[in-house]
Design a protein around this ligand. Structure first.
Ligand SMILES: C[S@@+](CC[C@H](N)C(=O)[O-])C[C@H]1O[C@@H](n2cnc3c(N)ncnc32)[C@H](O)[C@@H]1O
Length: 279
């Protein structure tokens, strides 16, 4: 993506709220993954994170491969509808592409609060009926659940997978990340699944965590690392599936996945009828 237009060309109207003055998590993540849909302000911030965490590339791809294995596992279990919260910019192996390898008419709703995701997602999804991208904030679950485009695709009376992959660490404690998961859980019927990964304080060098938190203070969203215990509490009301809450690369690994870091925890859980799931 270019940062400025050649002179003489009329500037297209930018999408509402497309922030060019501050880095955004979606565009920084795109840079970490090796994408081109980011601006200088994002690349500068991302490079500062890479100075603090030299293996950023491994971390983001380890997370991405977990997402793909989890969706494949759920599609093989017969899940044909997905709500992907905090989608990020389209990259290789998006949720609908993975799910549709197994269930060709799987329906997928993508939600992100960064309007650049809608701009790029629309072109990816053009000609893919049964998918949509919504610009919305997961801190407002009821607005998402009441969205008519979502309601046209997701039938909450049947099992659904709700994905919070590498997103809840953009939610402050004061914004109640567990309450957000709980609001979606309230709509999920028996047999539904939660897929979740999260940055952790358990493993990484504390100084690198601190430097990363400082970089995101200049971004549109802060970043919050949590302990394994705090992350496990996000699964309340769900029963973790084997192998439990583990490093993303430990979750049903495939031989080709060689990214092994200590920066995240991840798990897949099924809704449980008891008030608290097993961790
Ligand atoms: C690190 S990316 C993860 C993308 C994808 N889930 C993955 O794991 O590959 C986090 C995404 O969450 C989005 N996000 C952050 N806070 C959000 C919020 N409050 N509501 C919706 N999306 C949010 C960001 O814009 C970004 O695209």
């Amino acid at each position: 993506m270019t940062d400025s237009l050649p002179s003489g060309l009329p500037a297209p109207r930018p999408p509402v709220d497309l922030r060019l003055d501050r880095p955004t998590p979606a565009r920084m993540y795109d840079h970490f993954l090796g994408g081109k849909d980011n601006f200088a302000v994002d690349r500068e911030a991302a490079e500062r994170v890479k100075q603090a965490i030299p293996n950023t590339y491994e971390i983001v791809w380890e997370n991405r491969f977990f997402l793909q294995r989890a969706v494949r596992y759920l599609a093989e279990a017969g899940i044909d509808q997905y709500l992907d919260l905090g989608t990020g910019l389209p990259t290789q192996g998006n949720v609908h592409e993975i799910a549709r390898e197994i269930i060709p008419d799987a329906r997928v709703v993508y939600v992100d609060n960064d309007p650049i995701v809608l701009a790029h997602g629309r072109s990816l999804l053009a000609g893919s009926p049964g998918t949509t991208v919504i610009t919305a904030d997961m801190r407002e679950p009821h607005a998402i659940l009441g969205n008519t485009d979502l309601q046209a695709l997701i039938d909450f009376s049947r099992p659904v997978a709700v994905l919070f992959v590498a997103v809840l660490h953009f939610i402050r404690d004061s914004e109640d990340p567990a309450g957000i998961v709980k609001a979606f859980r309230g709509m999920m019927t028996s047999g539904s699944y939660l897929v979740l990964s999260h940055l952790t304080t358990d493993g990484p060098p504390p100084a690198a965590v601190t430097r990363t938190v400082e970089v995101y203070e200049s971004a549109t969203s802060p970043i919050v690392f949590r302990s394994r215990n705090q992350i496990s509490q996000l699964f309340d009301g769900f029963a973790l599936q084997r192998p439990g809450l583990v490093r993303p690369w430990q979750w049903r690994p495939e031989p080709a996945d060689t990214m092994h870091t200590k920066w995240l925890y991840a798990g897949v859980a099924q809704i449980s009828d008891t008030p608290t799931g097993r961790h």
